[in-house]
Structures are given as C-alpha cells and as structure tokens.
Design a protein around this ligand. Structure first.
Ligand SMILES: [Zn+2]
Length: 283
C-alpha cells in the first residue's frame, strides 16, 4: 500500500496528468454509486433514451421520481476527494479533468475546465428548440404544477431512490419547454442508449493523447463510455493509474492500482505532492 502510494505520488508529482473520475468519487458526498461496493442491489433499471422519448408513462415516472430525488443532488456538497483534485489542478499538475459524473461537484470544489462527459443534472434541455434552462427553474415549475406532491411519496430511501406507487405517478404533471412552449424537456445528461456528443469525446481523446499519465478516480470502468479512454491510453503507452474501491474493468491495463477510499487517499496525495518531490524508489 505504502509503496503503491509512493509510486502514485511520483506519477502525479511529475505533472501532465489527466484525471478521469466516476461515481466512486461522489459517494462520500452522499450520492449513491450503484455499481460500487455498496450498490450491488440497484432496484430500478436506468432510464434509457428510447423509453424516455417514446413512452409518456416512463417519462412521467422519471420526472416524478427525479423531482423528489433532485433535492438530494441539489444538497450535495463536494468532499475531500473533489477538493484534492482541485488542489492538484491549482498546483499545475493536471492536464485535464474528465468526469463521468453529472453532479457538478468538481466545479463546485473549485476545479475549472472540467469536461463533463455525461452532461450535468442541474441543466435541462429542450429536445425541440435546444434551449438550456436551469434545473432549479424546472424544479419551481414542477412544484407549482404538483402542489403537495411530496406528501404522496410512499418512501424515500436513504440513497435518494424513491418508491412511488403507480397512482402517484399517474397524478404527476410534467411540464414542457417554457421557451418554445411545447418541446419535450430532458435533463442535459447522457442517458443509457444515447451517445456522448462526438466533439466532447474527441476533446477527451485529445486530452488523453497529450497526457503523461491517466489517473482514474472512483470508476469501475464498467461502461465503454469511460473505459475507451483507458484503452486509448494503454494503446499509446500512456501509463494508467487507478484509485478505486474494488476491482475495475481497467485493472489489466493499469501500471498502478490502489484499492482505497477516495477522500482520504486523494487528500494525502495532494499533501504529499505539495510537500515536494518524492525520492525515487530504491530498487
Ligand atoms: Zn423548447
């Protein structure tokens, strides 16, 4: 562990590191990681783009549950892990930050220029006119359209997941775009079954190709959307380091893996790097 941590410190201390973060970085902020060690039992299948756009009932159910679950996300604050990444960036050691998270917590912790691969949950897009509005504004409109809705909720789980009986969903009123008047609204995040916009992917690849190392933080790399950057780095001979709780699907490509909690490990890493160069291993 100590040896691996020292190696990680040398890798990051040398600079030009591109960070790729996932849900595991935000679990300490109270945002559930459904694929992580504590999230084996995901009770609801994720919404797909196809179901959302084609099935009015699925869409109503999504917004009803999301309207309640949004409070959890809106309340979430960055943790030590996010703050450590921002410190590494301020120290000039990062060549970029790519995140698979949609919670905006890297930026909230003071990081800049974050590439949000899967979009942001605090923005809402109109599928007709393309107008972007804030989720807070939509939250106000949904609350207005559904007075007293919270009282109908059967159960909000500690992780923010919501059990909603069908009759509550049936009563829920969704709202359309406030700009063009009738466009379908969708959170500005990439759903399952939807592709990440090509320019955003190209931007990520360009960052990885320029990097001296790729540092994966809190991602099990289950989906190709993030794993492809690890594959590209490995192909180019860019060293890959992974800090995650539990094994990942990128471990076979990594020159360094550290199975540890993110907040404490990254804080220690930022402290060590700030303290100056780490002597090379005596081997
Ligand atoms: Zn619109």
């Amino acid at each position: 562990m100590t040896e691996t941590f020292d190696a990680l410190t040398r890798l990051v201390g040398a600079g030009d590191v591109v960070v790729l973060s996932g849900a595991g970085l935000s679990t300490e902020s109270g945002i559930p990681d459904y694929r992580g060690p504590s999230g084996a039992a995901r009770r609801h299948t994720p919404m797909t783009y196809q179901a959302f756009t084609r099935d009015p009932h699925a869409r109503r159910r999504y917004w009803a549950r999301s309207h309640l679950g949004w409070r959890l996300i809106a309340r979430a604050a960055p943790n030590d892990g996010h703050r450590a990444v921002a410190r590494l960036q301020r120290a000039g050691l990062l060549g970029g930050i790519i995140t698979q998270n949609v919670d905006g917590l890297h930026t909230a912790a003071g990081a800049t220029g974050v590439i949000e691969l899967h979009g942001r949950l605090d923005e809402v897009t109109c599928l007709d006119c393309g107008n972007l509005t804030s989720r807070d504004e939509l939250d106000r409109r949904l609350t207005e359209a559904n007075p007293g809705f919270d009282a109908h909720v059967a159960h909000v789980n500690p992780d923010g997941d919501v059990d909603l009986p069908d009759e509550a969903v049936a009563r829920f009123r969704t709202v359309d775009c406030g700009i063009c008047g009738a466009g379908m609204l969708k959170p500005d995040v990439v759903f399952f079954g939807e592709t990440v916009p090509a320019p955003r992917v190209a931007d990520c690849f360009a960052h990885v190709e320029r990097a001296r190392a790729l540092l994966v933080l809190g991602s099990s790399l289950t989906v190709m959307s993030g794993r492809r950057f690890v594959l590209r780095a490995a192909k180019l001979g860019v060293p890959v380091a992974i800090v995650n709780q539990g094994p990942t699907r990128g471990d076979g490509y990594a020159s360094l893996t550290l199975d540890a909690t993110l907040g404490a490990t990254l804080s220690a890493l930022a402290d060590r790097v700030a303290a100056g160069p780490v002597p090379a291993a005596a081997v």
